[in-house]
Each structure stands twice: as structure tokens, then as C-alpha cells.
Design a protein around this ligand. Structure first.
Ligand SMILES: C[S@@+](CC[C@H](N)C(=O)[O-])C[C@H]1O[C@@H](n2cnc3c(N)ncnc32)[C@H](O)[C@@H]1O
Length: 228
């Protein structure tokens, strides 16, 4: 018999052990209780979590969190919910939050697919950031890519009309897939003619700067949710 959970076992990440620095470990202990929200398969009260009503942006897979911290510091009137599975990344972002006194970030350490499905309610998001998602570049691994029609549909059910999706990748073949998937979704409209110029709020990462100097491309996509 076909296992109905089969699809759910294809994850967009592989949990790596990864080295946890002393600073990250301290940040997890010092700031985790205040800024991390434990995963639970029930609706999350975002107003209670952030302690205010403000526009809300979900970031999926923030890595070490440098861009997240910089964006949140530069947009203090918006609240950012970062979702990441990798513990050193969570420790790293908590360290930045603590060092810089950033108040508008909360973190859920869990698979974003399940967070979206169980913790986020319809029309709860004003924006979504997905920066440099794992490219899963081998053909047989392409199915692990996050940006696929069903995932985008599920994600959009949590985004308000007028809210935005902002994606970026340095992997051309994935950029093409992103553009195809987002363009084919009837609930979305492109804010640009194809790829978008990098919005000012997204900082260039060190890694990206190096790539650009070597002549490598980076593609941003910014789409808006339509009424439907
Ligand atoms: C290639 S890294 C990019 C990190 C960061 N956005 C950046 O630009 O440096 C992709 C990140 O997404 C995380 N990730 C992948 N799938 C995820 C999922 N389903 N839920 C949460 N995090 C995920 C991985 O753990 C990894 O840290």
C-alpha cells in the first residue's frame, strides 16, 4: 500500500551535526528562552510572540543569520520570524540578536514546511524571504528543492493579499525553476519583468560579493500575492 507520508519524508535539508562555538552555545542559553519559540503542532499567536501588532515576514532557512540580523535592524517596524533547522545557525543568530540588541526577531528551530502547515494561520504574513535555499544540484536530488508548486501554494495560503515573496539564489538552474514555479502560480504576480533588481534591504553577503567578483550571477525574484 502506498504510504501517505511518503512525500513528507522528502526533506529539503539534511541535519548536520556541525560545530557549535562557545559563543553560540552561550547565546543559545542566554537568549534562546527569550527569542526562540518551541515548535508545536498548533497555531502560534504572533502578536503574543512579538509583543505587538506589526507587519510580519517569515524567513525560511536563515543559515548563520547575518542577513536576517541586518535586515531586521534596518526595518525595525517589521517583525521577522526566522525558521532554521541547524543549531549552530540558531546560536549564531541569537548571538547577533544579543550583541546588537535586536528586538524584532523570533526563531523556530524546525522544518519550515511543518511550521507553515501547523503554526502559521491563513493570511498571517506580509512577506516571505527565502535566500540561497539549498540548490540540490544533482538531478536525482532536485525533488528536495524547497521551491516547488505545492510548497508555494501552501506557503501562499499564509500570506496576505498584497504580501510579497522574495527569493534569491546563485544557482542559475534553480533560478529558472523559481521563475517558472512562481510565474505559473495564479495567485502571484511578478513585480519585475523576470528577475528583479536586488531590493536595498537585502545585504550582499561576503560569499555573494566574492562570487560576483568571479563573475558568478545572483538572481532575485520578488512576487506579490494577488486576491483570489
Ligand atoms: C544554503 S543555506 C543558506 C542560508 C542563508 N539563507 C544564506 O543566505 O546564507 C540553506 C539553509 O536552509 C536551511 N533549510 C533547508 N530546508 C529547511 C527547512 N525545510 N526548514 C528550515 N530550514 C531549512 C538549511 O539548514 C540551511 O541552513
Amino acid at each position: 500500500m502506498e504510504n501517505p507520508n511518503y512525500m513528507r519524508r522528502i526533506r529539503s535539508f539534511v541535519l548536520r551535526q556541525g560545530h557549535l562555538s562557545a559563543g553560540q552555545e552561550r547565546a543559545l542559553a542566554d537568549f534562546g528562552p527569550r527569542f526562540c519559540i518551541p515548535y508545536a503542532a498548533e497555531a502560534l499567536d504572533l502578536t503574543a510572540a512579538f509583543g505587538r501588532e506589526a507587519p510580519r515576514v517569515l524567513e525560511i532557512g536563515f543559515g548563520m543569520g547575518q542577513a536576517t540580523a541586518e535586515i531586521a535592524a534596518g526595518r525595525p517596524d517589521t517583525d521577522f520570524l526566522g525558521v532554521e533547522v541547524h543549531t549552530p545557525g540558531v546560536g549564531s543568530l541569537l548571538k547577533l540578536i544579543g550583541e546588537q540588541g535586536i528586538g524584532n526577531i523570533r526563531i523556530v528551530q524546525h522544518d519550515a514546511v511543518e511550521v507553515i502547515e501547523h503554526m502559521l494561520t491563513p493570511d498571517s504574513l506580509d512577506g516571505v524571504h527565502i535566500y540561497f535555499p539549498d540548490p540540490w544540484h544533482k538531478k536525482r536530488h532536485n525533488k528536495r528543492r524547497l521551491v516547488q508548486p505545492d510548497f508555494i501554494k501552501q506557503l501562499l495560503s499564509r500570506v496576505k493579499v498584497g504580501g510579497y515573496l522574495h527569493l534569491a539564489t546563485d544557482w542559475e538552474d534553480y533560478a529558472v525553476q523559481m521563475l517558472e514555479v512562481l510565474s505559473a502560480e495564479p495567485l502571484l504576480e511578478n513585480t519585475a519583468d523576470g528577475y528583479a533588481p536586488r531590493p536595498d534591504y537585502r545585504p550582499l553577503t561576503k560569499f555573494e560579493n566574492r562570487g560576483i567578483k568571479l563573475g558568478h550571477g545572483v538572481w532575485d525574484l520578488v512576487f506579490r500575492r494577488k486576491a483570489g
